[in-house]
Design a protein around this ligand. Structure first.
Ligand SMILES: NC(=O)c1ccc[n+]([C@@H]2O[C@H](COP(=O)([O-])OP(=O)(O)OC[C@H]3O[C@@H](n4cnc5c(N)ncnc54)[C@H](O)[C@@H]3O)[C@@H](O)[C@H]2O)c1
Length: 286
């Protein structure tokens, strides 16, 4: 049985969700080695983890964090107990990264694929052993959301699946295992209504505050669809819709306003502005 507090877990991709995964692992006492090709992303890791920990402390109390180290060299992940892959939602980039992981990791290392929509089996094939690839769709902020959508493919090994669910339980999560169809359960529905909420805003039916207020107040959602899009990152929302369109058809075509905002670099929280302004101290002005 793997001891999750002895050997580090590898995290590939130090963007919005990769850092949140690293933080949640560190909070559960698991040391982390995090890799990204962008030095700027690696330079932000420790500040971003400190921000996430401030929020987690407010909601769940302070915890001692295990060590998080950063590396620009994927080969430094060769000795980790498991890898969580979180690079951009671009199938070609993910295939490249899994091919590279297949070269640097020992043949027994399990790879948990954190993706919004890309089918897992293709990535397992790129890895060179589809038994070792299991989907994990974490929600942001990872430390505060206790349920995780887990994707088992017909080729995922039973042992590998139970290694992943074992790590999730160690992190205090409840895994819910579903099948490997693009977008799985959550994003196949969530992306449709986020996209349609953006189109509704563009049609002038209501401003962003009212759209979100209605979803929170009438439906009891914790966050409205436009707030959710800002939290995910509008580039990631757009890229997820493109993957869904490829697999499930034109109903997933990104709303024109979403495309315009991505082209303008208004990506939500990560860029300081999206449907709301995050540039002033104090964060969200939703
Ligand atoms: N944002 C969310 O809330 C969320 C939630 C669940 C899953 N996801 C999925 O997780 C993945 C990452 O999403 P994100 O929102 O963090 O994206 P992001 O754009 O914020 O970060 C992606 C990171 O990947 C890095 N990267 C790109 N190519 C790379 C490579 N070849 N090797 C190493 N690193 C590379 C980038 O430099 C960047 O730092 C996507 O597949 C997304 O669908 C995102």
């Amino acid at each position: 049985m793997t001891s999750w507090t002895q050997q580090p877990v590898g995290v590939v991709g130090a963007g919005t969700i990769g850092v949140s995964v690293a933080h949640a692992l560190a909070r559960s006492g698991t040391p982390v080695v995090i890799h990204d090709i962008a030095p700027a992303a690696l330079a932000r890791v420790h500040d971003a983890i400190a921000d996430l920990e401030r929020l987690a402390t407010l909601r769940r109390g302070r915890r001692a964090l295990a060590d998080v180290s950063v590396t620009g060299d994927l080969a430094d992940l060769a000795g980790v107990s498991l890898v969580v892959e979180n690079v951009v939602e671009d199938p070609a980039t993910k295939v490249e990264v899994h091919t590279a992981l297949g070269r640097v990791l020992p043949s027994s290392t399990v790879v948990a694929v954190n993706t919004s929509a890309v089918p897992i089996e293709t990535l397992g094939t790129a890895l060179g052993d589809p038994r070792r690839a299991v989907g994990v769709h974490f929600m942001n902020p990872v430390a505060l959301i206790d349920t995780v959508e887990v994707v088992g493919t017909p080729s995922s090994g039973e042992e590998q699946l139970s290694t992943v669910t074992g790590l999730l339980r160690h992190m205090g999560k409840r895994p819910v295992v579903v099948a490997d169809r693009a977008g799985f359960v959550i994003n196949r529905s969530l992306m449709l209504f986020v996209n349609e909420a953006i189109a509704t805003l563009d049609d002038g039916v209501a401003d962003a505050r009212k759209v979100d207020q209605l979803f929170r107040g009438c439906l009891g959602h914790r966050s409205g669809p436009l707030q959710t899009a800002d939290l995910i990152g509008l580039d990631t929302v757009r890229d997820t819709l493109l993957v869904l369109r490829e697999h499930h058809g034109e109903k997933f075509a990104p709303a024109p306003l979403l495309e315009r905002m991505v082209a303008e670099g208004r990506l939500g929280r990560k860029s300081g502005s999206g449907f709301y302004d995050y540039s002033r101290p104090g964060g969200s002005h939703a």
